[in-house]
Each structure stands twice: as C-alpha cells, then as structure tokens.
Design a protein around this ligand. Sequence first.
Ligand SMILES: Nc1ncnc2c1ncn2[C@@H]1O[C@H](COP(=O)(O)OP(=O)(O)O)[C@@H](O)[C@H]1O
Ligand SMILES: [Mg+2]
Length: 374
Amino acid sequence: MFAVPYTLPKRPKSSLISYGIYIGKDKELYSPVFWNIQESLNPHALIVGPTGSGKTELLLALALRIHSIYDVPIVFIDVKGDILSRLRSRKFNFKTIRPGYDSLGLLYPFHVLPKQRALQLADAITQCWYIGHNHRTLSLLYEVLKLGFELCSYPSWEDLIALARSRAKSYIEASIIQRIFEELEIVDPQSNLIHPLMKLKNEIMVFDLRSLPKERTEILNLISLMTFQDLINKVSALKPDYKQVVRAVIAIDEIWLALHNIKYSDLTLSLLRLSRGYGVSVIMATQSFKDLGDNWSLYAENVALLAALSSTSRKFWYEIAEYMRLSKEDVEKFMTLMTRGDAVVRILPDPRPILVSVDIGDIISLPKLLIEES
Ligand SMILES: Nc1ncnc2c1ncn2[C@@H]1O[C@H](COP(=O)(O)OP(=O)(O)O)[C@@H](O)[C@H]1O
Ligand SMILES: [Mg+2]
C-alpha cells in the first residue's frame, strides 16, 4: 500500500506547479502553488475530504479561476445550495436553472441528431433507474425513445407516454416507463422547447437542484448526467482549437448525491474520459473514496489533480496513499500538520504530492509567475 522509500526529490516537477491555476501557498516553503493544466494529464480535478474540510471552497476557487483564465463557460451542479449562496455573497453574476420552472432540455436534441438524443437519454435513464436487468422494460424504453424521436425531432413527454402505452406488451412494462416519464415531466415540463445551455457563452450557470428530494437519486443523477452530456455535446460542436486546452468547466459538488449512480455505472467514467478530448474540465468534490464505489481507483487515475483535504481518519489517508506516493511518515505528518483549508495535492503525470494551504480569496489569476527551481 505504501510506496517504498525512493531517492527522487519529494516535490513535484516545477513546471507542473509554477504556472496556471492558482491553488495556494506551499505550507512548508510558502511559495505559491499553481495547477498548470497545459502540462497536466487532463483538466479534471477530484477533491476528497470530510465535511467542513474546505471541499466546496476549493471546488469554487478552481472552477472560477479556470473560468476566468480561459474565458469559458462554467456549469455548477448544486444539490445543497452551497454554491448558490457563496456565489451570491461574493457578488458573482450567474444564471440559475431550476427544475420544474426552467427547461432542462432533456428532450431537446442539443447539438446531436434526434436518434442520438434518443440513445443518450435511454442510456442515462437505464443507469439511473437500474432497469438494465429487466430486459423487456429496457427494450421498451429504447424502442419508445427511438420511435418518439423518429416521429418528431422534439417529442413531448405526453407523446412518449402515449407511445409507451401503445407499444408495451404488458401493463407492467408500460407503467414502469410511464412513471419514469411522468416524473421527468414534473421536473422538466418544457423539455422539448428550449435548451438551457443554448445561449451559454462565457457565463456562470448554476443548476439549482435544492428543490429535488435528496432520496430521489434517480432524478438528481439523470439531470447531472444529462447536463454533463449536453456540455460535451455543446463543446463538440465548436470549431476545433488546439491551443485552447479548456473550453468549458462543469463543477459537481457532493458527487455522492449528484451522481449516486457513479457507484454502479461506467457512464460517468466514460463521460469523464470523453470530456478530456473536448476540453471540458470536470471538477468534482466528495467526502470519501467509498462514494465512488468499486471504480474509485479509476477515478483517481482519470483526474490529473487529486486533492485530499484535512482528515483525522487514518483509513482515509491509507486509501489515498497509493495514488499520491505517501509514506507512513507522510500520513502521520499530514494528520498533525493539516487544518481546515489545507490540501495535499497531486497533479499527474507527477504522483509526488505537495502540501498546500488553499487560498480562497478573490485571486483569480496571478501574474504569469514562474518560480525559479530551488
Ligand atoms: N482554504 C480555506 N481558507 C480559509 N477558510 C476556509 C478554507 N476552506 C474552507 N474554509 C472555511 O471553512 C468553511 C467550510 O468549508 P467548506 O468548503 O464548506 O467545507 P466542505 O465543503 O468540505 O464541507 C467555509 O465556510 C470557510 O469559512
Ligand atoms: Mg461542501
């Protein structure tokens, strides 16, 4: 589990941390630490830490600094309202999307063909409602969506419900599909009329999911997944620009609520991999690796920036140790040294960690500061 003693210098490569997105001060050397996205493996970050350790603050700081430096849109998935309240108190301008009031565009083929939309939606519903094991319901779902988008490029929930009733071979299958569509109609009644990301340029947009019951993970997950998918759809339709490593940011706080399905599915992981190619930066925060289920090592390897926040749990550190080259001594040191707002940060391709005191101030970008290699 622990890395064997090695002779390499302990600090990460200077070019990875001396330029780019400002994170904070090196807690030992007091020098500024950056995340150089250009040099890092991908533009994704995963923040892990117990409640109150500073996850939401770090998520906000990273996402807002990327948004500002690259001049790109940013979409927040806010399940608890923490993002909204902090953006408000810091006087940021942003647009809010609320389920039930604003269109979520689930039935709007957004930068994809209608038949692709049918597949994207069917795949996401299958992941969120776990109907994969029920073959007849599953095939009815795909059939209804495929046919619905064939008959009309912008079908309504009623159209789809009517189709489900007419195509179903049994009452039970029809009812399962109908119930799912009815629930979605409540949260997204104007689904086929307009898409929320349509006009998004370089602004901040918050999907305010506070009103959704937290135990209805199916709905929370579907909205989060489809928003993620749609941001990728949007960026994939842009003119390629190889100089621009980041073209949009999606920041998902409390992924154990927003993407509960992460435990069971590969869909989130494949979206994460896909978004790297299109330059969609994904910033996620969660309480523990357990929230990511069996796939957690894949997540740790598929995000360049892994930040572990202050925790007094040895188990927490042991889980993280192998992804950050931490020795037993490091763990003991971090457990005594770290306080709220401190983070052990690792930026791939360099697995060597650095202890940072995260700066949550309004510093959006510092001058292009390059630190001499010491
Ligand atoms: N880097 C930091 N510097 C100073 N204060 C911080 C820092 N990070 C967090 N805090 C303080 O701690 C509180 C809790 O942080 P928060 O990000 O909400 O934690 P979490 O999301 O992990 O529950 C914040 O309201 C803020 O006042
Ligand atoms: Mg939080």
